[in-house]
Write a new protein. Structure first.
Ligand code: 13P
Length: 251
């Protein structure tokens, strides 16, 4: 287990550059020096302008929401790991369920992306999580276990130390239905045990495992209070000062 280490916002395809700049500035002004790392996962077009802001404030970082798995070449519209790193990006969210659902990504592709990101000096935030039918059938640990294995087990320990895991049950994303603190704890503990089995206790205990899926100001404290929940990956509630700041400050 670790303690609370990170609150990350995933803005998804929301905010124009002008809106995003104001949002980041207002959140930082209201939250001050944060108790844990705060990461803004922003649309690609805003990465450099938000980095300019976070670079001036201790505890704040910027994340890309995706990245291509090739180094360079004829992949119109895509961004490489080297481009993100050179732009000053700190983290990259990989394997989000929306990328899996709408863009056909799977864990073998995400595994390649994680390697590329690490080699470029980016810190991956690897997303995993089961769909509702899987949970209802009681197969959630099996499925999430497979995701973890396929995406992460080929890494070497020095690489694994740099990976943040986000458990995001698909049925809880954008639905207003949150996993109960007990459901989150159960899965986080399972994930940490898997990491321990493959990479050892020291790495497992220092791995940040975030919970994502309808985190709000009124449930953040309870979720983050669970032993193996080290913070959150927040979608909708990361888009306003009045929702995100109390989540940053939730203890
Ligand atoms: P919501 O917080 O809007 O449910 O989104 C969660 C998420 O997908 C973060 O990556």
């Amino acid at each position: 287990m670790t303690s609370r280490t990170m609150v990350a916002g995933n803005w998804k395809m929301n905010t124009t550059p002008t809106q995003g700049k104001a949002l980041a500035e207002d959140i930082i002004a209201a939250a001050g020096t944060p108790p844990t790392k705060v990461v803004f996962g922003v649309p690609a077009i805003q990465l450099m302008s938000i980095k300019e802001i976070t670079a001036q404030h201790e505890g704040y970082f910027v994340a890309a929401q995706n990245m291509h798995h090739k180094d360079n070449g004829a992949y119109t519209g895509e961004l490489s790991a080297a481009m993100l790193a050179d732009a000053g990006v700190d983290y990259v969210i990989l394997g989000h369920s929306e990328r899996r659902e709408y863009f056909g990504e799977n864990d073998s592709l995400v595994n390649i992306k994680i390697n590329k990101a690490l080699n470029a000096g980016l810190l991956p935030i690897y997303c995993c999580g089961e769909k509702l039918d899987i949970r209802e059938a009681g197969n959630h640990e099996m499925i999430v276990g497979k995701q973890i294995e396929q995406a992460l087990f080929s890494l070497d320990p020095a690489q694994m130390e740099k990976v943040v895991i986000a458990y995001e049950p698909v049925w809880a994303i954008g639905t207003g239905v949150t996993a109960s603190p007990e459901q989150a704890q159960e899965m986080h503990s399972f994930i940490r045990q898997m990491v321990a089995n493959q990479f050892g206790d020291t790495i497992a205990n220092s791995t940040t495992i975030l919970y994502g899926g309808s985190v709000k100001p009124d449930n953040a404290e309870e979720l983050f209070g669970m032993e193996d929940v080290d913070g959150g990956l927040v979608g909708g509630a990361s888009l306003s000062v009045e929702n995100f700041v109390p989540i940053i400050k939730a203890r």
